[in-house]
Design a protein around this ligand. Structure first.
Ligand code: NAD
Length: 246
């Protein structure tokens, strides 16, 4: 499953799942633009890819703000060329009982997790339309499949990502562009480590007795980004170790 000759954008690739996705796509031959708000993280991911012999650039910017997205896209096109693979991975989370979710917290969650993929996709899909070939993979969440207490804003934002995936899959089905989503479930990343969950204790209750790794998600994304996945669109590719059979 070579990605040679492809240019990929991975948002939120400065750490966690996005970092693993960028690394795996680069290892398969794609030139990767590592987009992240976090300067240090973006540089670190890009440097590691380069050291391993791959091609990557670090692009610092807000993937949920139109101006930042336009700037990041312009730099990516200037340095790597037309974008053919987009992974909308950047996201935030929060745990709050429903009645304590403020309007600001709701807007911020929807703004980063749903409006972000809208803005980035809108900016980059013309490259794919021009080429008649594209792969869009959205990172959603198992919480949108199953529901999740104290995460109504997060789960709602990811539910929107699932609907966005399906709508675009149909809209672009006859133009060489596939759009799928990967809902991870309990992946051991800095985001999860910063939350209230005891990762080791929770892992003991998982069917596989372990949390997922960022690479577990990255390999699923790499398949969906490949030539071989050309007849797969609008689909859910769950990566949760059998925790949720959806
Ligand atoms: P993480 O916090 O470890 O990494 C997220 C990265 O995204 C960070 O480097 C951060 O700087 C970047 N980022 C955040 N907002 C950004 C913005 N507006 N613009 C650019 N970069 C931005 O998180 P993770 O656990 O690796 O999660 C990655 C994705 O997977 C998220 O969308 C998350 O919701 C989803 N997810 C994760 C899990 C899990 O178990 N870890 C489960 C379900 C879904």
């Amino acid at each position: 499953m070579s990605l040679q000759g492809k240019v990929a954008v991975v948002t939120g690739a400065g750490r966690g799942i996005g970092q693993a996705i960028a690394t795996v796509l680069a290892a398969r031959g794609a030139s990767v633009a590592v987009w992240d708000l976090n300067h240090e993280g973006a540089e670190k991911t890009a440097a590691a890819i380069q050291e391993a012999g791959g091609t990557a650039i670090a692009v610092v910017g807000d993937a949920a703000a139109a101006a930042g997205v336009a700037e990041a896209a312009a730099r990516t096109r200037a340095e790597l060329g037309r974008v053919s693979i987009l992974v909308n991975n950047a996201g935030i989370t929060a745990y709050q009982p429903f009645t304590s979710i403020s309007e600001d917290a709701w807007d911020r969650m929807i703004g980063v997790n749903l409006k972000g993929p809208f803005l980035v996709t809108k900016e980059l899909v013309p490259d794919m339309l021009e080429a008649g070939w594209g792969r869009i993979v959205n990172i959603s969440s198992s919480s949108a499949q199953t529901g999740a207490p104290s995460m109504a804003h997060y789960a709602s934002s990811k539910g929107g990502v699932i609907s966005l995936t399906r709508a675009l899959a149909i809209e672009y089905a006859d133009q060489g562009i596939t759009v799928n989503h990967v809902p991870p479930g309990f992946i051991d990343t800095p985001l999860v480590r910063e939350g209230p969950i005891d990762v080791e204790a929770a892992a003991a209750h998982m069917p596989m007795k372990r949390a997922g790794s960022p690479e577990d998600v990255a390999y699923a994304v790499a398949y969906l980004a490949s030539e071989e996945a050309g007849y797969v669109t609008g689909q859910t590719f769950s990566v949760n170790g059998g925790r949720h059979l959806v």
